[in-house]
Design a protein. Structure first.
Length: 180
């Protein structure tokens, strides 16, 4: 954690709302982007970002500065998203094939479009890959949060990463591992 962030966290733990506000402003866009990559529409991502900030303020005294404030906030937001999806009974984590989408490389070689590539994954793959690589969850944590078998999570992450590699780097073999 950066020294200025550590100071802001210490002040926020002491009840300083302005310090918490500065931390929140720095982290909110990363949280919103993670939620969008997980599959939340823009309005839901906005709502959950706000909910995560409220939850973080309420539990700021439990923050153990082992990671960045943004990382901690992303984990809170990811859990809220999973809870919302489960509550709405729309969570579908099945190994269903989907139609192949267009390659994710942008025209003119300008760069890679990770959001489009993630959107081409099945809902289960997108969610598991986003939780693993976007929010830093382990496979076991994802299985517990989604209430699905560990093998299902591992399959979704493996298949999802393989599809992303093919879309984002079709000419290269890139190894990407998720912590177990």
């Amino acid at each position: 954690m950066a020294p200025d962030e550590a100071e802001l966290v210490a002040r926020a733990v002491g009840g300083d709302k302005a310090a918490f506000g500065r931390l929140s402003r720095k982290a909110a866009s990363a949280v919103h982007a993670l939620l969008r990559r997980m599959g939340a529409d823009p309005a839901l991502a906005d709502d959950l970002t706000q909910d995560a900030l409220v939850a973080a303020w309420r539990s700021i005294t439990t923050f153990r500065a082992e990671a960045s404030f943004a990382g901690w906030l992303m984990r809170i937001a990811a859990r809220l998203y999973v809870k919302r999806r489960r509550k709405d009974a729309r969570l579908v984590v099945l190994a269903e094939p989907i139609a192949e989408a267009a390659p994710a490389v942008m025209s003119g070689g300008e760069g890679l479009d990770l959001d489009r590539a993630l959107a081409s994954l099945s809902a289960g793959e997108r969610l598991c890959v986003s939780l693993c690589h976007g929010a830093g969850f382990t496979h076991a944590e994802i299985a517990e949060a989604l209430q699905v078998p560990l093998g299902t999570v591992k399959s979704h992450v493996t298949r999802g990463l393989a599809k992303l590699r093919r879309r984002l780097r079709p000419d290269e073999h890139v190894e990407v591992a998720c912590h177990g």
